[in-house]
Design a protein around this ligand. Sequence first.
Ligand code: HEC
Length: 148
Amino acid sequence: MRKIAFSGAIAAMLVAAGGASAADNRELVKMPGQMQEHMLESMRDHLVALDEILAAVSAEKYDEASKVAEERLGMSSFELHGASHMAAYMPKPMQDAGGSLHRAASRFAIAAKDTDLDRSYPAMKKLMGALSEMTTACNSCHVSYRIR
Ligand code: HEC
């Protein structure tokens, strides 16, 4: 009898947990199918770029980390990902989140160049701060928007 009550409580907890994670309050941003494909493709490249940046930093190849950040995520990547084209479909705060990412990546690129020349603890610390600002920018958009 006690056993049944116990598993009942667990089931209730699982339902509650499942319910909480299923709640999706992200705003749906509608865009044409081809644009969606393009956006997701560019997103997957964002993650690959981030991975390459982390690998370069851990190998102390700061110059390379700087290059990847600027070219693939920074202000220079804006046209590479057709960002201005996609922006037309995005609400203003979403565009701003994109802008935050590009600016954070460009700041990281500069910090990585600095770290390449000055391999000190303070330089590293600044670099890690810039890295965190980049991933914060990814998440600030992800928590608010979806396209499907
Ligand atoms: C301006 C908003 C925005 C920013 C900034 C952003 N993303 Fe996204 N990302 C999205 C949206 C919207 C989706 C699609 C969510 C959905 O509807 O499934 C997405 C999806 C993804 C996906 C899944 C791709 C797929 O094929 O399913 C990955 C991976 C991803 N983003 C990585 C990143 C990384 C890494 C960063 C930061 C370097 C980042 N994103 C920054 C908006 C953004």
